[in-house]
Design a protein around this ligand. Structure first.
Ligand code: SAH
Ligand code: SF4
Ligand code: F3S
Length: 515
């Protein structure tokens, strides 16, 4: 690609303000090239390679980025050595996540410097680290040529085009957060999935401000995508043969579409949540959305992540009885079992309220499997706080848990006002103890499934050397099974009944006994 050595402001109908900081979020540096952002073939066949870190929202965002770039004449390559543009979609949730990405970016830099000047790729950082570190990545750290935050992906074709190549010295960024961007009109390009299960982003941002969490700073204000655009996208997925959707949002069940329509649901909450929860005053809720999505096809499995315990009305639980689309598994992030710590985290519930919600769920759905997220060693966490968490974990009998050592994040309330005073070794020891606690109960719950028949959605061949197939049960447990000799045609996307003959903590093994 050509380079431009002079500093020029494009003569393309844009004004100076389009290239200079609007609220310090957008800008260019160095000899940028002249482009017409309205041009359809802005990419002129330039190739990009994209690597994705972090949560499912990032996986879904990379699919949007593919759609935006492919539509403007860029094309994706799997081989990173041949790409004109190296993109990394990044995560800031913990220090470890950031370090992993920084070492990847340093390796890109080294790779770039080894190449002939005219072959050097553009390095482009997307996602939460782009939002958090902004121009630092361009100027101080010298790790990127283009930096684009989660709400500015529509601007990517223009930004990549004005930088043109990785050796011109030109830099561009757009890290403006938006109040209303939901990318509702875009159709994600799902090249990396299995063709069976698709992520569908239904809301963006987070309004909760848990005191430890960076997400509200990197993803901005909470906003929901119009219900019809979600139903349209999922209808298309069903027509294309998808059998499962995972509705995504940082606080997925606070979904509230205020663009049109009213809720059909009556909102009553588990005891203990009424006092802290303010139900939406107008518009359609998460329960309305789940109900509408389940009605698209009775063969579509409908999952979602991550819900917040404070946003779980009774009507959402009732939907599990009406719609068989909803599998018997809910991810319900607990974070801590100590009231004092929950208060300090500003989670908006007590251990009692959490337990009552679990009881309400299990009285409606006795076999419900629950998974969770827990943070160990948050500011001021004592041994007795940790014991409270251990007791609650055993009592709820989670079937899996993601346990994280607290990592202080700049800008958060905890970083500014609380002391990160639990030693690292203690955080790790508590993390291991919680790991043992949930694994004990998970093993005994999973073992009870030996001898039963489980409905499994087939995803494809497993990584095991024995040629077995793999999929997920109604409880979101991974299942491995061999093809039935009388039905060797079991395919990804099919539901099969698997007779379970063995179980480990998180896995089932068995044989298919028909669809
Ligand atoms: N919005 C989702 C997911 C947030 S990120 C939710 O609230 O459930 C996923 C998990 O990372 C969180 O649930 C929390 O357990 C963990 N996490 C967030 N910030 C953290 C931090 N500063 N240190 C350690 N773990 C953290
Ligand atoms: Fe972070 Fe809390 Fe929002 Fe989850 S709900 S993204 S933990 S602020
Ligand atoms: Fe990470 Fe951002 Fe997701 S911080 S967890 S990629 S929202």
């Amino acid at each position: 690609m050509a380079t431009s050595s002079e500093r020029r402001i494009p003569n393309d109908g844009l004004e100076m303000k389009d290239f200079f900081p609007v609220g310090r979020g957008v800008g260019v540096r160095g000899p940028v090239a002249e482009v017409n952002p309205g041009e359809r073939d802005l990419g002129r066949g330039a190739t990009y390679h994209i690597e994705t870190y972090g949560c499912q929202m990032n996986v879904a965002d990379s699919e949007l980025v593919r759609s935006i770039l492919n539509d403007r004449g860029f094309s994706e390559v799997q081989d990173r050595d041949t790409a004109n543009i190296l993109m990394v979609n990044t995560c800031s949730i913990r220090d470890k996540a950031e370090r992993k990405v920084l070492s990847k970016l340093s390796s890109f830099r080294k790779q770039k410097l080894r190449l002939r000047k005219d072959r050097r790729p553009i390095v482009c950082v997307l996602g939460c680290m782009a939002e958090r570190l902004k121009t630092k990545l361009l100027e101080e750290m010298l790790l990127a040529d283009v930096v684009v935050g989660p709400d500015a992906y529509r601007d990517l074709p223009r930004l990549l085009s004005i930088v043109r190549d990785g050796d011109s010295g030109a830099k561009a960024y757009n890290v403006q957060l938006s109040l209303d961007e939901t990318y509702a009109d875009l159709r994600p390009v799902r090249t990396s999935g299995n063709g069976v299960s698709a992520f569908v982003s239904i809301m963006r941002g987070c309004a909760n401000m848990c005191t430890y969490c960076i997400v509200p700073f990197t993803r901005g204000r909470e906003r929901s995508r119009p219900l019809e655009s979600i139903v349209d996208e999922i209808t298309g997925l069903v027509e294309a043969g998808y059998k499962e959707v995972v509705l995504l949002g940082q606080n997925v069940n606070s979904y509230n579409d205020i663009s049109s329509g009213q809720s059909n649901m009556s909102m009553t909450y588990a005891p203990g949540f009424k006092t802290v929860y303010r139900p939406p005053k107008s518009g359609r809720t998460f329960s309305d959305l789940v109900d509408a999505v389940c009605r698209i096809s009775k063969d579509l499995r409908v999952r979602y992540t991550s819900p917040h315990p404070k946003d779980f009305p009774q009507d959402l639980i009732e939907l599990y009885k009406t719609h068989r689309n909803l599998p018997r598994h809910i991810h319900l992030p607990l974070q801590s079992g100590s009231d004092e710590i929950l208060e300090r985290m500003r989670r908006g519930y007590t251990r009692k309220a959490f337990l009552e919600l679990v009881m309400q769920m299990r009285s409606a759905l006795p076999d419900l499997a629950l998974s969770t997220d827990i943070i160990t060693g948050f500011c001021g966490e004592s041994e007795s706080d940790h014991e409270d968490t251990m007791r609650l974990v055993k009592q709820v009998e989670f079937e899996s848990a993601f346990v994280f050592a607290y990592s202080q994040r700049e800008k958060t309330f905890a970083a500014r006002h609380l002391e990160d005073d639990v030693p690292h070794e203690t955080k790790i020891r508590r993390l291991q103890e919680i790991g043992e606690a949930w694994k004990d109960t998970a093993f005994s719950r999973n073992s009870k499934r030996v001898g039963t028949v489980q409905r499994v959605l087939v995803e494809g061949k497993s990584d095991l050397k024995d040629g077995s197939l793999t999929g997920r049960s109604e409880f979101n447990t991974r299942a491995f099974f061999h093809s039935d000799p009388s039905d060797p045609e079991i395919r990804p996307g099919q539901f099969v009944n698997v007779q379970v003959d063995r179980a480990t903590t998180t896995t089932l093994f068995g044989q298919p006994v028909g669809a």
